[in-house]
Design a protein around this ligand. Structure first.
Ligand SMILES: [Zn+2]
Length: 158
């Protein structure tokens, strides 16, 4: 299995540990559309289409998933890295590294805001319900979680 597929599977397990779940209605049946590396999943009940990266820090990023995974692993195992270090360690341009770090910071910020609403956060790989796509990494001093608030629209559901 190549790096890309391995990274895809890793993130898939993070997002849907029990298999696909529609971010809109919660149904677990879906059709897969397309055979590209990041296929669309269409809910068999409400027909909502989503992808593994939709609503995560990786959405619309041109950076490959294996680079994202490398960044997650680096962040998880260190007290923090800057763009220069990230760039050198995972082999992306300085600009890309900077954009990745900014995306992580934004996700953390969003998580913080959500936390104020929800009151509790369960640290770990599964945080804040199914519409958050969380993996472990450095999270300030607490060294918990983080990464990618997912933003498939679920207004009114916490
Ligand atoms: Zn659905």
């Amino acid at each position: 299995m190549d790096k890309q597929s391995r990274a895809y599977q890793y993130f898939y397990r993070q997002r849907w540990p029990s298999g696909f779940e529609c971010p809109r209605c919660g149904y677990t049946g879906c059709y897969t559309i397309g055979t590209r590396r990041n296929p669309l999943y269409q809910c068999a009940l409400c027909r909502h289409q989503t992808s593994l990266t939709a609503g995560t820090v990786m959405e619309k990023s041109r950076t490959s998933l294996d680079k994202w995974l490398a960044a997650v692993e680096l962040l998880s195992s260190s007290y923090g890295v800057n763009a220069v270090q990230l760039s050198a360690r995972i082999g992306v341009s300085h600009k890309t590294a900077w954009l990745m770090l900014r995306a992580f910071r934004r996700a953390i910020h969003r998580l913080e805001e959500e936390r104020q609403f929800l009151g509790t956060v369960h640290a770990g790989l599964q945080v804040l319900g199914p519409y958050f796509f969380i993996t472990h990494a450095l999270y300030r001093r607490e060294r918990v979680i983080l990464i990618g608030g997912s933003m498939d629209n679920r207004t009114g559901k916490a």
